[in-house]
Design a binder for this molecule. Sequence first.
Ligand code: SAM
Length: 217
Amino acid sequence: MRLKHIKGAEEAVASSPFVIHDAKERRGAWRELFGNEGAVHIEIGMGKGRFLMELAAQNPHINYIGIERYSSVLLRAIQKMEEEPLPNLYFLCEDASELEQFFAPGEVDLIYLNFSDPWPKARHARRRLTSTEYLKRYAAVLASDGRVEFKTDNETLFDFSLESVEEAGWTLLGCTRNLHQDSRMNEGNIMTEYEERFSSKGNPIYKLIAVPPCGPS
Ligand code: SAM
């Protein structure tokens, strides 16, 4: 993703009440922040937050946390929240490689990965959010019935992700190479910013749903 630095973004993120600044101290206690025992769903690499904000508005009984590492990107989500605050949504301006320091085992019910950066060079494969390294991190924080839902328009990244899922011993619950033409997988689909951009160019959207192996990984 090409990133334009926005002046004042760090300061806006640092002072926003919608951003959780002490995420590591909240480990194991996220439901206290939301004040309920509802499910916790997270999106890693949330970008400008459109997908999560629509989901959170539709599902007030679910608690949502969006993770985005760049303040210049997160700033746009914060601005939208200032216009229309949602009580069941918070943001973290953090790198997801530290996921296990933010969430305790079993604390997360669903992880969304949408149009994750492809990192095309082989030497950067470990940085892909669907690498086996990341799947291990997800398995460590997901509830026993938790799952990952991943969408992309990048066929190479999708094939790599299917290989990672198999190598890590996860089970594939759903898989499509043309989401918008697959009535079952597309039911209730909420488009992300990237999804809208790429599908309007005619690119098919790929999606998989996978669950980690039972027991400690
Ligand atoms: N999910 C959005 C969508 O579908 O429109 C944004 C997609 S954009 C290509 C990927 C986003 O993931 C970028 O904003 C990037 O900064 C973020 N990202 C990538 N790796 C990350 C990581 N390790 N931790 C947190 N955010 C990350």
